[in-house]
Ligand binder design. Structure first.
Ligand SMILES: Nc1ncnc2c1ncn2[C@@H]1O[C@H](COP(=O)(O)OP(=O)(O)O)[C@@H](O)[C@H]1O
Ligand SMILES: [Mg+2]
Length: 624
């Protein structure tokens, strides 16, 4: 598509009756004399309106920031009734072939007496619709709804964006508009959406893989120490004595896992001391939870001091409780099946082999509330680290709804590591091809450093004063004038500004077809009106969610489980992940058989126990 329109000056020569005239210029600010009453709605010269000033062969675009009436009888008023202060924001330039385009900033200044007029549709189209860069169309201009509003993809993505506004004003729908457009324009960009209310499952046609509480698989060993601890203590304060025990034994359990692998490889002659395998608590390599439990248990058995033993005892009880809690199945069930599955998990989470689905919608609403922060932290960190270690080879957009919850301004609230993970993407993500899109209904409660890194902002209706003043403080003065509209914007209406747009704009997001509007899909009431037996499936789903949220078993009858009802959403094995793993996994190249004690035949189990005992003995002697 040719993004330039032929635009030669004779066609849009300054009107014969210009609205106003330049009275004075100071830096990038000018004063324009205007007639007092404006007759037509489109030509009302109000604050926030754009003027087009003919400065010799150039057309300068300016925004009105202040209007004041003057006495027509005043000397120099020459029949004008008002004076407007304007900011010069950009200019329309012609290239060698007389093709016009808009550029930010001005290279010349207007002179006294230059004619000024309300901007016309041709100029608006040139600025907002024919940006000349790869862009997506997100809606239409408020000034003139026949003109598309386009945002520059590269600027919006690489410098992060945020959508801000009260509940119900159309933020989530805006996300659907933007992401659907990006999916069309950039089919290779991976998109990861954290869906706090499980409402995006159907918004992207078949292009998104939906991960939910039933099919999420995030083995405990992928959690960093602080993340694991957060889950272990349900977000409450942890006990230092117990943390010390954990921190001491997790690296050994990791070393033991390495040993299992070496033991399985008959050709290997290497012998490794699990204590000296070089792993830290945070090295993302697998270990077997039972190993950790055994190690702690064994140590406990050697302790004399009753109080110290108590810490071991409590810690073990905590781990056991967590492991047997069905709600945490996503971390512990089959966590060691397939061996080192890190590559497989990354491939699946981040659609590294998209198979027509370059996007992941991660629905967190069904997860136990106290782990949501840790889970979001893990995926956010993995997204960044994958970008880092792959040198940004596979660019990814990480979109997070309810961002104030994960990165609250109040440093004592929320889970610190999640804030840091988001902050890391916000600050450094662009270097590694990891981009951020944030959505929040409480901008004032979102970490200000993170907001300040979002260089394209979509401000929707906001009633709260704190939110509005935060927004105003974040922007240049001329934009602050546009923000005056924010409390009165309608649904779908946005004041958009920043790097992604040539100039700030008041626009309306596209109307989405019904099937792309985000809505909670767990209970689609209409589905249950007609069908026989559907009601039972519905009730079953309700009971199951209820139990899952309160820690009961997922299903105790032989009726189909909700997981089966949602079968198409289930995680499929990812074939041929070896390649991806070879790049990301530590030192091994082949998936391994299950080494968890539960799944092993007794003979193999006792063999491993022998090796473990040997290893522990050796570890102890070498430590002594
Ligand atoms: N772009 C849009 N296209 C169609 N309907 C919309 C659009 N924006 C908002 N709506 C309507 O407004 C309702 C609320 O929008 P939503 O995006 O859920 O708001 P928010 O996320 O800000 O709470 C939607 O359910 C839908 O009916
Ligand atoms: Mg929403």
């Amino acid at each position: 598509m040719d993004t330039h329109i032929a635009y030669s000056f004779p066609d849009v020569a300054p009107p014969t009756h210009p609205l106003g005239q330049i009275l004075g210029v100071r830096g990038s600010e000018a004063r324009v004399a205007l007639p007092a009453p404006a007759l037509l709605e489109q030509s009302r010269a109000t604050v926030g309106a754009f003027l087009c000033i003919s400065a010799g062969p150039r057309r300068l675009i300016a925004m009105i920031t202040e209007v004041e009436s003057i006495e027509p009888s005043q000397p120099g008023a020459r029949g004008f009734g008002a004076v407007a202060r304007v900011d010069l924001m950009g200019e329309i330039v012609l290239d060698a072939r007389d093709v016009a385009s808009f550029a930010r900033g001005v290279s010349v200044y207007p002179a006294i007496g230059d004619p000024a007029d309300i901007i016309g549709p041709d100029e608006l189209r040139l600025i907002y619709a024919n940006t000349g860069e790869p862009s997506i169309s997100i809606g239409s201009l408020h000034h003139d709804d026949t003109i598309e509003a386009r945002v520059s993809l590269d600027n919006m993505l690489t410098k992060h964006f945020a959508i801000l506004g009260s509940t119900g004003v159309g933020k989530s729908s805006g996300v659907s508009v933007i992401l659907n457009e990006i999916l069309d324009a950039r089919p290779k960009l991976r998109i990861f959406l954290v869906d706090g209310h499980n409402e995006f499952g159907r918004c992207f046609g078949g292009r998104a893989n939906v991960i939910n509480a039933f099919n999420l698989k995030l083995p405990f060993w992928l959690f960093k120490f602080e993340e694991f601890v957060d889950v272990l203590y349900g977000g409450h304060a942890s006990l230092d004595e117990e943390l010390d025990i954990l921190a001491e034994h997790i690296p050994i359990a990791k070393g033991m896992y390495l040993l299992h692998r070496i033991a399985q490889d008959r050709n290997s002659v290497r012998r490794v001391d699990p204590r000296r395998a070089g792993y830290t608590v945070d090295t993302p390599v697998p270990y077997v939870l039972q190993d950790l439990i055994n190690l702690i248990d064994e140590r406990m058995g050697k302790l004399e001091n009753r109080a110290t033993r108590m810490h071991y005892h409590r810690l073990l009880a905590r781990i056991e409780t967590l492991r047997s809690d069905a709600r945490f199945g996503f971390m512990f069930e089959n966590a060691n099946v397939g061996g080192d599955t890190m590559g497989e998990i990354l491939t699946h989470l981040f659609r590294l082999e998209p198979n027509g689905q370059p996007m992941t919608v991660m629905q967190v609403a069904g997860l136990p509330a106290e782990v949501v922060d840790a889970v979001v932290c893990v995926v956010c960190r993995l997204a960044f680290d994958f970008g880092l270690w792959s040198d940004g080879a596979m660019p990814m957009l990480f979109v997070c709804e309810e961002a104030h919850r994960f990165a609250p301004a109040d440093k004592t609230a929320g889970f610190g590591p999640t804030r840091r993970a988001l902050l890391r993407i916000a600050k450094e993500g662009r270097k590694y091809g990891v981009y951020l899109g944030l959505v929040t209904q409480r901008p004032a409660e979102l970490d200000p450093t993170i907001i300040s890194q979002c260089n394209t902002l979509f401000a929707m209706r906001m009633a709260n004063d704190r939110d509005q003043s935060l927004l105003r403080s974040a922007v240049a003065d001329e934009v602050a004038n546009l923000l005056a509209f924010v409390p009165s914007l309608g649904t779908r209406e946005v004041v958009a500004f920043g790097e992604g747009l040539p100039l700030p704009a008041r626009l309306t997001f596209k109307a989405l077809p019904a099937d792309r509007v985000p809505r909670s899909e767990t209970f689609e009431h209409s589905d249950f009106d007609a069908g026989q037996g559907q009601e039972r499936a519905f009730v079953k789903l309700v009971v199951e969610r209820w139990r899952a949220a309160s820690g009961g078993p997922r299903s105790i009858t032989d009726e189909p489980t909700a997981a089966e009802i949602e079968a198409p959403l289930r995680m499929n094995p990812v074939p041929g992940f070896d390649r991806a793993e070879a790049q990301t996994g530590p030192t091994h190249d082949r998936p391994e058989p299950d080494v968890s004690s539960r799944a092993l035949p007794t003979s193999a189990f006792s063999r491993i126990e022998q090796i473990r005992a040997q290893m522990l003995r050796r570890g102890r002697t070498s430590n002594a």
